[in-house]
Unconditional design. Sequence first.
Length: 211
Amino acid sequence: MWLDLPLASTSRGGVAAPEHPAEQLAERVMMDLSKYKLEPLTRDGGRILYRGVHASPADALPRVLVVAPAGEYSSPETLARLEHEYSLAAELVPQWAVRPLALVRQQGCTVLVLEDPGAEPLDRLLGTLMEVGAFLRLAIGIAQAVGRVHDAGLIHKDIKPGNVLAAAAIGKVRLTGFARGAGTAGGDRRHARLHGPRADRADEPVDRLAE
C-alpha cells in the first residue's frame, strides 16, 4: 500500500479539476506499484523523488524511482512537467540519464515512474567529507553526463544537486529532472555537422553544484 506517500489530489474543495493531458495518458498505462515501499530521497518544490523497493523480500520486482506531487493539490504546472519529462523518454539514454518508464494513475494521483540506476541524489552527499579522488571522479562524471545531454541535442535547464544521481566512489552519474528539458536530437546533430556545436550550450543553467 502507499502508506508512505502523501498522494496529491487533482481536485480542490470537492470540485473536480479539468482533466490534464498527463492524467489522460496515465490512465492508459498499466503499472502496479502496490507491491513497492516508497522511500523519500529528495524534495524539489512541488515534487518528491521516492525510491521504490520491494515491500516483501520474496517479490522479484525491479527497483524504481517515483516522482510524485507533494501536498494535497497537484497543480496543472506540475502535471505538465511530469508529462513533458515522460515525453522525452525515447531521447534519454541510460548511460547518462534516468529514463522514464511510465506515467501511472494511482489513487487519483498521476506519478512518473523512472528506472533506478542505484545512485543517490547529490544533495544528500553535500556537506559530507569526500576523498579527493572520489570528488574528481564525481566532477568528471557530472561533466561527461552534461556533455552527453548536449550531444543528444537536449538542454537540461534545471541542473542542480537534487537532479544529479551519483555513486561518488566510482564517479557514476545519471541526470534526472528533465521536466524543463528542451531540444531535439536530430536537429542539433545536423546543426553540429554543418556549423559546429551550438553556442547556447554554454548557457546551461547550473544550480549550486559547487556548494
